[in-house]
Design a protein around this ligand. Structure first.
Ligand SMILES: [Mn+2]
Length: 402
């Protein structure tokens, strides 16, 4: 174990001293309580530059500058008092698994495994398309589903609420909660590692814990964690993004060989709105709502696409199936709302099923939409609920049925 630690000390000396300063009492060299003399800051900087030097005796001014080997041993010692019951340690995220929840669970289980635990990641529900894409890219299989946590050792990541967690959790042995939300409802009388920080992604906290424990995540775990940070911080556009998230992503992306973060983020988003494996009819019905106004019935199917090229081709596909869909649904009118909505882009392509449906769009949007031969194109785009439905209803109200 100590050989292990000194190896990882060398691997991690550079990132650890910088990235985890302040993350834990023992991780930081930033504000030692003993720093009262005027030259103390230069003394500390010298110590940080060469943490392993010295003869073992520390002067009173650098009592709180400790070398990384000792830092790792001190951090790991918190695990000594965890009480385990028989069986593996299951690491789970919340019940509607997103990228942060699943990747954090997999990586934290990996970290615990490297520390000698029989730790296994699990999920509580079906993973979403974005997460599926990330696991595919990383070559990692979907964790098994945990049906009941009763009697099991449990680590919760990305949540701390019974309502969001596993069945039977109240009868489980919860040994850790790693989270970036509020302090939740999960309570235990056992000693527990409770690590909650107001940081952009749980994956960042998981990374900090690798660093604190002196374990280097491999390329696969680095890719999972980097993708989760991108997803949960919306590529750093989220207000909750911190320096920790940025540094974690920088280090993890390099370790994973990710050289274009923006492209990866675009691919995550594309995956999240992908209709792979679905027929055009299924795509139209995927987010379909029907309405009844002025005695007439209509249907609007919302379809998300990534760019104009995708919008044009999707509009053509929808146009081809709309008449039959309108008839099958027993509607007077039918529309496909093909939307591009991400970053600063917002465009909506409205596709009518037939001439009567087209007349309605023309009456509602003729003055501000461009008709491209298939779609009425609105830029900026519109919302089905806030704009399209009220606007269609207004047209129907002003053109009573003859
Ligand atoms: Mn999260």
């Amino acid at each position: 174990m100590s050989n292990d630690s000194s190896r990882s000390h060398k691997l991690f000396a550079a990132v650890a001293a910088f990235a985890v300063a302040g993350a834990t009492f023992f991780g930081g060299c930033s504000t030692p309580p003993a720093s009262t003399s005027s030259d103390s800051s230069s003394t500390q900087l010298a110590s940080m530059d060469s943490p392993a030097t010295g003869d073992g005796a520390q002067s009173s001014t650098d009592l709180y500058t400790i070398d990384d080997d000792l830092r790792v041993r001190i951090n790991r010692s918190e695990l000594d008092n965890l009480t385990l019951v028989d069986g593996p340690v299951y690491v789970t995220g919340h019940a509607v698994p997103d990228a942060d929840t699943v990747c954090s669970a997999i990586a934290y289980a990996d970290l615990l495994s490297k520390l000698g635990y029989d730790a296994r990641p699990v999920v509580l529900g079906d993973i979403n398309k974005e997460t599926s894409f990330i696991l595919n890219e990383a070559g990692v299989s979907v964790p098994e589903k945990l049906e009941d946590a009763s009697g099991a050792n449990m680590v919760l990541v990305d949540h701390g609420e019974y309502e969001q967690s596993a069945n039977g959790l109240k009868d489980a042995n919860v040994i850790s909660v790693i989270d970036h939300h509020g302090d939740g409802t999960v309570a235990t009388s056992n000693p527990i590692v409770y690590d909650a920080r107001p940081i952009g992604a749980t994956a960042t906290i998981v990374w900090m814990r690798y660093v604190n424990y002196g374990v280097k995540p491999d390329a696969t775990m680095s890719r999972l964690l980097a993708s989760a940070i991108l997803s949960d911080t919306s590529n750093f556009k989220s207000k909750s993004t911190t320096t920790a998230d940025r540094e974690a992503l920088r280090v993890l992306a390099e370790a994973a060989g990710i050289d274009d973060i923006d492209t990866l983020y675009a691919n995550l988003y594309k995956a999240s709105i992908s209709y792979d494996g679905m027929t055009d009819e299924q795509i139209f019905n995927n987010d379909l709502k029907t309405y009844n106004s002025e005695g007439r019935r209509y249907a609007i199917g919302v379809v998300n696409v990534y760019d104009e090229e995708g919008a044009k081709s999707m509009a053509e596909r929808m146009k081809a199936i709309l008449p039959a869909q309108q008839q099958a649904l027993g509607m007077n009118y039918a529309f496909a709302q093909v939307s591009i909505f991400h970053d600063d882009i917002s465009v909506t392509y409205l596709v009518p099923s037939d001439d009567a449906s087209a007349e309605i769009l023309k009456a509602a949007y003729g003055d501000r939409a461009t008709f491209d031969g298939t779609s009425y194109v609105l830029n900026p785009g519109i919302s089905r609920k806030k704009n399209l439905v009220p606007d269609i209803n207004a047209v129907l109200a002003s053109h009573p049925q003859e």
